[in-house]
Design a protein around this ligand. Structure first.
Ligand code: RP5
Ligand code: MG
Ligand code: MG
Length: 279
């Protein structure tokens, strides 16, 4: 696989910290590199011990590569290495040690709901892309408040939470603004989207995410699932409204030229291929 890129972005997100520059050929831990002097950084918010974060290592010894109480510390690839009590990023060096903005040492598990529909004309006929001649998919995209990049409305799996619950919950919070609804409105929305989210969906991806928040000792992993509204009369009819960590939300054409957060573009490419859509 190509070496991670966003996990080596020069400036660590939400900080003035500059990563120790890691060239492509030094990403692999197997490459001996005595000159490597990564910067240690854990965001002050994480050090304040919010419920979603681990304590600092020293007083605390997580059971890595296992389900540790309710916290799943297993990685999706093979087991990751632990060096002097600290888990090592399975995709190699990042130029930063510690946890940065991430709460967990080792893998931080997320779920990414990719909700799609076909782009149609006024008569409801699928619109073909002029170059590829393939039908165009649209997906519900949010603009992240933290970095301003467009992204899939994904989020962290709470300890012990079922994946299907995280997928529907994060979509509701970020793309439908369920958090600011009254309980009765929330119930109504929940009922309306449950049918789509209870359908099996297509598991697009499971594994490491090349996320700009990754460090040598903490990284993102996700399961991305595509829920497709083939007829266009399920989620397509819902009013989208940005909420929680999303600043904007809209249907966006699935296209290789549209830049997305982390490795989200790769996930959409897999969806487009699976559905024989334009990419
Ligand atoms: C990405 O970060 C995942 O793919 C997911 O979309 C997202 C989860 O983090 P938050 O949205 O909760 O910040 O790596
Ligand atoms: Mg969220
Ligand atoms: Mg999110």
């Amino acid at each position: 696989a190509a070496p991670h890129v966003k996990s080596r972005c020069p400036q660590y997100p939400g900080s003035s910290i500059n990563r120790f520059p890691v060239p492509d050929d030094k990403v692999d831990w197997g490459k001996n590199w005595p000159q490597y002097k990564p910067v240690s950084y854990t965001d002050p918010l994480v050090l304040k011990k919010p419920v979603w974060a681990d304590p600092d290592i020293g007083s605390f010894s997580p059971r890595f590569n296992t389900v540790d109480g309710t916290v799943d510390r297993t990685g999706f690839d093979s087991s990751y290495k632990v060096d002097k009590g600290q888990p090592l990023n399975p995709h190699g060096r990042t130029g930063v040690t510690g946890r940065g903005l991430l709460g967990r040492w080792g893998p931080n598990h997320a779920a990414d709901p990719i909700v799609t529909r076909w782009k149609v004309d006024a008569k409801g006929a699928k619109i073909l892309h002029p170059v590829s001649k393939r039908p165009i998919l649209q997906f519900v995209s949010i603009k992240r408040k933290d970095c301003g990049e467009w992204a899939i409305p994904g989020g962290m799996v709470d300890p012990g939470e079922q994946l299907s619950v995280t997928l529907q919950r994060e979509f509701s919070e970020e793309a439908l603004n369920s958090l600011s609804m009254s309980p009765s409105e929330r119930t109504k929305i929940h009922e309306r989207i449950t049918k789509l989210f209870k359908s099996p969906g297509f598991q697009v991806y499971k594994g490491y995410v090349d996320d700009p928040r990754n460090t040598d000792n903490a990284w993102m992993e996700t399961i991305a699932v595509n829920f497709h509204d083939e007829s266009g009369n399920s989620v397509s009819e819902l009013p989208l409204q940005a909420g929680d960590d999303a600043g904007h939300v809209q249907w966006v054409d699935v296209d290789s030229s549209f830049a997305l957060y982390a490795s989200h573009s790769h996930f959409l490419e897999l969806v487009a291929k699976e559905r024989n859509a334009h990419w």
